[in-house]
Write a protein that binds this ligand. Structure first.
Ligand code: ADP
Length: 256
């Protein structure tokens, strides 16, 4: 661990269990992962493999039972609830499949929300610039119900990026979108990485979406079982997905 840049997020032997006794499930089983600044990682794996749990734990939205999570150099285990919330507001962005905008607020008010919550005032023009960055300069006064799904997700991305967080987590961000809007959202995420050095971790089941990432982690039964690096293409990712899904039941059996 010498001379290495601080990771945007690091997981060290992170374990998360749900339930007890017979019904206990190990959703994450001693997961190690580093997400370097300015990189885009896709997380894939069959349903129930632990993708959402990994994202929620890494974002400090869910606690780990064991192991360590470090966001931008700060270990989460020593933090009070209050300081964890503060860290999350300042350093972490989150984009969900279902957009999760506040329906009563305009696009501009939604984007300003993280700063309002942190009792900070956006700099003059900051919200407008952020909306322009996601191609919505004309839509600042629109409410979510007046925007298409793709536009709502772009507002959600602007809201997640406005604080320039150390890391943006995205949980199936294109899952509710048609192919064209999905492609726009992925292009935006890629641009945030290339132009602003944003770190992104995105859960997806779609090889075409994952092909926008620099690297793909494959989960099975709560563990990272494989990794593709060097901006793998959709075909290589799809092949790997098929292989991982065939292997998963066997590795699972060995550990149950
Ligand atoms: P994925 O996102 O890959 O579908 P999840 O992280 O949602 O996987 O789930 C991993 C495992 O943990 C699954 O077996 C799931 O049933 C279980 N799990 C997830 N959340 C809970 C919860 N709140 N209570 C009980 N079990 C859960």
């Amino acid at each position: 661990m010498t001379n290495r840049e601080t990771a945007a997020v690091e997981l060290r032997a992170v374990t998360r269990r749900y339930g007890t006794g017979e019904r206990a499930v190990t959703a994450l089983d001693r997961v190690d992962a580093r997400f370097e600044p300015g990189t885009f990682t896709a997380v894939m794996g069959p349903s129930g493999s632990g993708k959402s749990t990994l994202l929620h734990c890494a974002a400090g939205l869910d606690r780990a039972d064991d192991g360590q999570i470090i966001i931008d150099g700060t270990p989460l285990d020593g933090l009070s609830e209050r300081n964890l919330t503060k860290l999350r507001r300042a350093r972490v962005g989150f984009v969900f499949q279902a957009f999760n905008l506040v329906p009563a607020l305009t696009a501009a008010q939604n984007v300003a929300l993280p700063m309002r919550l942190a009792r900070r005032r956006p700099a003059p023009g900051q919200v407008e610039a952020m909306l322009a960055e996601v191609g919505l300069e004309g839509r600042a006064a629109h409410r979510p119900s007046e925007l298409s799904g793709g536009q709502q997700q772009r507002v959600a991305i602007a809201r997640a990026l406005v604080t320039r967080p150390a890391v943006l987590f995205a949980d199936e961000p294109t899952g509710a979108l048609d192919a064209r809007s999905g492609a726009e959202v992925l292009r935006l995420l890629r641009t945030a990485v290339d132009r602003h050095g944003q770190t992104i971790v995105m859960v997806t089941h779609d090889p075409i979406a994952a092909a926008h990432a620099d690297r793909v982690l494959f989960l099975a039964d709560g563990r990272v079982v494989d990794e593709l690096t060097g901006r793998p293409g959709a075909e290589r990712i799809a092949l790997h997905t098929a292989q991982t899904e065939q292997v998963a039941p066997r590795t699972g059996a060995a550990f149950r």
